[in-house]
Design a protein around this ligand. Structure first.
Ligand SMILES: C[S@@+](CC[C@H](N)C(=O)[O-])C[C@H]1O[C@@H](n2cnc3c(N)ncnc32)[C@H](O)[C@@H]1O
Length: 211
């Protein structure tokens, strides 16, 4: 499957010295740091961008694999990891062509990996396949209400409403997992040039059944 937004778009976005979405991890992941560091040893960060979440998880002591199609994003991931004194394994791949390991990771951390409706459920099924029993999936993204916040505050996210995370849609994608946390609401982002200002968000944490 072809990526919905071409690789060149992301390479261009990541070509500057600044971090387009900042270099601090997602607030969702930071809020769960105690659970993650006590329960998990390995993490996958699909669509890692410039690596803010991958590097954060590595700093918690996890063995982290970060996948993205943008080499420029991955180069910045590696530079950020080096600057923070941690290691992240980077993989350049189209997520729809990558050979996802079965039950390979304790954590999947998917932040702002918005996809169109034909691709999103496929990607989320791959998250479940690659998660170990008992493992955790973290999902963060913009909810459909973000369309109004983009117009008013230019605070980020795709402009196609069907790429945004409706609550029922995300619940449906993960209805075979236990829901540990689920939140939608408005928060003021301060995550680099492209995620700044009041924004409508969805955050969720799911657990796969243990053995
Ligand atoms: C909005 S950015 C989010 C980056 C990062 N997760 C963050 O929150 O800072 C979306 C990322 O998804 C990546 N991406 C989109 N479609 C992809 C695909 N099919 N395969 C691999 N990476 C993809 C882009 O290259 C980009 O880095």
């Amino acid at each position: 499957m072809k990526p919905p937004i071409p690789k060149e778009f992301w390479d261009d976005r990541f070509s500057g010295d600044e971090f387009a979405y900042g270099d601090r991890a997602s607030r969702l992941l930071m809020g769960w740091c105690d659970v993650v560091s006590s329960e998990a040893k390995t993490a996958l960060v699909p669509a890692c961008g410039e690596g803010r979440d991958a590097v954060y998880l590595a700093s918690l002591g996890l063995d982290v694999t970060a996948v993205d199609m943008s080499e420029l994003g991955l180069a910045k991931t590696e530079a950020l990891a080096k600057a923070r004194g941690v290691m992240v394994k980077t993989v350049q791949a189209n997520l729809f062509e990558w050979d996802w390991p079965d039950a390979g990771f304790d954590v999947v951390a998917s932040m702002f990996a918005h996809m169109p409706p034909d691709a999103r459920p496929k990607l989320h099924a791959l998250y479940k396949k690659t998660l170990k029993p008992g493992g955790l999936i973290f999902i963060e993204g913009f909810s459909p209400e973000q369309i109004a916040y983009q117009k008013r505050y230019n605070s980020g996210g795709p402009q196609e409403v069907d790429m945004l995370y409706a609550a029922g849609m995300i619940q449906g994608d993960f209805d075979d997992l236990e829901t540990l946390a689920f939140w939608t609401g408005v928060e003021t982002l301060n995550e680099g040039k492209y995620h700044t200002g009041p924004a409508a968000l969805l955050r969720a944490v799911f657990r796969k059944d243990g053995d």
